[in-house]
Structures are given as C-alpha cells and as structure tokens.
Design a protein around this ligand. Sequence first.
Ligand SMILES: Nc1nc2c(ncn2[C@@H]2O[C@H](COP(=O)(O)OP(=O)(O)OP(=O)(O)O)[C@@H](O)[C@H]2O)c(=O)[nH]1
Length: 436
Amino acid sequence: MAFFKKLKDRLFKSSSKLEEGLEAIVQEGGEEELVEAAAPDEPDPQPEPEPQPVPPAEEPEPAPAPPGVPDRPETPQPVPADPIPEPAEPVPGSPDYPEEVPEAPEPEPVTPPAEAPQPADPMPMDPFPEIPAGDPMGQTARPGILGRLLGRGEPKTVVRRTLDDDMLEQLEELLIASDMGVDTALRVTANMAEGRFGKKLSTEEIKSLLAQEVARIMEPVARPLPLYPKKPQVVLVVGVNGSGKTTTIGKLASQFRAAGKKVVIAAGDTFRAAAVEQLQVWGERAGVPVLTAAQGSDPASLAWDAMEQAQRDGADLLMIDTAGRLQNRADLMEELAKIVRVIRKKDPDAPHNTLLVLDATTGQNALSQVETFQKLADVSGLVMTKLDGTAKGGVLVALADRFGLPIHAIGVGEQIDDLQAFDPEEFAQALTGAAA
Ligand SMILES: Nc1nc2c(ncn2[C@@H]2O[C@H](COP(=O)(O)OP(=O)(O)OP(=O)(O)O)[C@@H](O)[C@H]2O)c(=O)[nH]1
C-alpha cells in the first residue's frame, strides 16, 4: 500500500479531530463567499513520496494513492414531491413530455429512490448522471453539458473567516487539545498568523498553513537510524513496558534482515518471561536469532554473551531489549548503566544508538518519558509507536519542538511491516488532513 495513503488512513483519528476542529472554527465566525469552481480537468499534481526505509536498503513503494479525491458529481437530488408547475401542457412526443403521468405524487420519506427518475431531456433541476468510464458521451457532449457534468460553472462557495485574536485563540486551543503542547501550539499559531492577521482564510487554507508549520518543525528530526561501519552496531532499546519495544525490535530486525543485514537480538528484560517469549516470537517472524537467559539473571551478563555471539557471527546489528520498569528508577538506571559498562568492554563506542520507544496513545505523557529516559540513558533517537488509532499524533510535534531528538521511525500497526520511516511532509499532511 502506498505509504502516504497508509499513514493517512492510519492517522485518521488525529487528522479527523483536527479537521473537524478547524472546520468548526472557520464556520463559527466565517462568511460564505462565492468562488470560481476549479477546473476539474486540470492535471492533479500527484507527488510521489519516496519513503526512506528504516534500514538502508530501499523498499520500493508503489505509487501513492491520489491524496485528494476529485469532486464527485452532485449527489442526485430527489425530485420534489411537488414538482414545479409547468406553464403549459407538454406536447406528447416532445422531449419534455413525461412517459407516464403519475397518478399522484408518492412521497418516499424513508428511503430515497435508488435512481432518480430521468426524464428524456435533462432540466436544470435534473440530477446529473454519472459518466461511465470511457463513455464517449463525455467527449462529445456540448461544452455546457460537460461543464455541468464535471461541476464546472457551478457556483461554488467557500467559508472564510478573518484571522483575528479570537480565531487565533481558538486555533491555539485546538492544537493544545491535539496534544501539541502549549508552547508548540503557541509557536505554531503565531507563525501561521505572521503576515496574515486580518486576512480571510478558509479551512483548506488553514490546514495547508498548519501542515507547512508542522512539516517545518518535523523536518530537522526526521532522520533514519544511522548506520555505522561497526560490527556489530549495538542498538540499545529502552522504553516503558508496553510502549512497543518488543514489536519495534521485531519490525526493525525484519527490515534490516530484508536489507541483507545480519541481526542478533538479546532479550534483556530477563525478569519477565512473557517479554522474553514475545521477543522469541518476533525473532522467529523476522528470521533472526534471539538470545535469552534464565529468568531473573543479570541482563548485563546476557548483553555480554550477546556481544560475543554477534562478534563471532559477524553480525551487523545487535539489538538489546531492556526492562521498562519505571516504578523503581534507581534500579532501572543501574541496570541500564551496567549493560552499557559491560558492552563497552567489548566496544568502547557501544551502544551506537539508544532508541527510546514511545507510545503515541500516552499523549503528553510521552514528553515526561523522554525526560526520564534521558536521565536514565543516553537517548539518541526515538521511535513513536501506535500512531494508528490515536487522536494524539500531535504529541510528535511537541516532542520534535521540545527535544529535537531524531525520530527514526513510526509504528502504524501491529504487523511486521507496520514500521515506517518518518517523513515530515507526509506526516504533516496526514495529521492536518491537508491536501498533498
Ligand atoms: N496498533 C499498534 N499496536 C502496536 C504498535 N506497536 C506495538 N503495538 C502493540 O502494543 C502492545 C505492546 O507492545 P510490546 O512490543 O509488547 O511492548 P513492550 O514495550 O515490549 O512491552 P513489554 O513486553 O511489556 O515490555 C502489543 O500488543 C503490540 O502489538 C503499533 O505501532 N500500533
């Protein structure tokens, strides 16, 4: 599936929440204006995003689905029960002459007719029939008809609202409610307003401005996991229990393996049998060996063994899962520090990456998790999971704005291929619902 479509589909909760909010703000104080209908036969620009796979190997994506759906022909209007009185009797045989004179108007209050009656000659009130694909009628019809069929020439309206203090305040509130955080929401709205104060804006224009601002903030942090010419490159994976560490390790392992890399996983949360089993399942799925140790044994000792095996096997990548018990931070800090001390005996530069896995559904809580884990470990980058099915996708903007840590990937589902490289523009469009 095209990356953009997938992300947009999966982020629909965040996007629809923002879209609805923006729509409501503009409708509230806006005025309807007449606009020229856009020429529907203009070429629709369809940028083809080239998503960067998380591992270095290119994962070709099929062309994305068109981001915008062209205007559908007008929905057929049910013929009013009381038709417009005809000034004169239509002549039988004339195009206006109805084939059957109805006995009496039959209102259908519950279900509209599947197909509105189609008198021989279309009148202005007639529903416009759909043009079947390839129907030459669409080519040969009179320009007026074609224009009408395609919606051209129809008077269209758009609601625009003047950007004033009230509207700015509402926008700020909406962005805060979308988990962007107060500071980021203020900065984003201020930037959106710059040079536009007192101007009239439609929902689509605001969405597009918002998407630009979001993309600008996200651009510097969209960085794939850096790969070093080190064997093995050690990736320590940290995060609270349930954030998606195991799943992310499995997905990453699978992608790296598909890119031709040799991967070893160490199940470093030795206290939780379920966590180890889960990692073994993912290792199997990814076709990658998972090193485990007896329950309750020292994770640092497992890390040492894993380092030895990875070196022996000539592995490119060693991913070490860790415990996520924040209840006892001192213990966790010591455990992580010990793992690092031990692997540094084998490679003074290890771990080369310390990935913090965050769960998007926790919203603003993700910010405090970053702060906590930065104290516990030397976090080098983030993976944000569960962006599908949450209305809290805005937290990623707050994270980028506040910490500037690289976002290496995002999780958009529970399947093995549901880990995507982070693309700031596509994310911004998916989040705001702006057209590409
Ligand atoms: N929808 C969705 N679910 C995810 C995603 N990533 C992980 N999950 C689910 O989140 C739950 C927790 O994921 P785990 O990978 O087990 O999390 P963990 O951090 O390893 O948790 P512990 O094993 O408890 O330490 C599982 O049910 C996963 O299927 C994602 O991107 N989207």
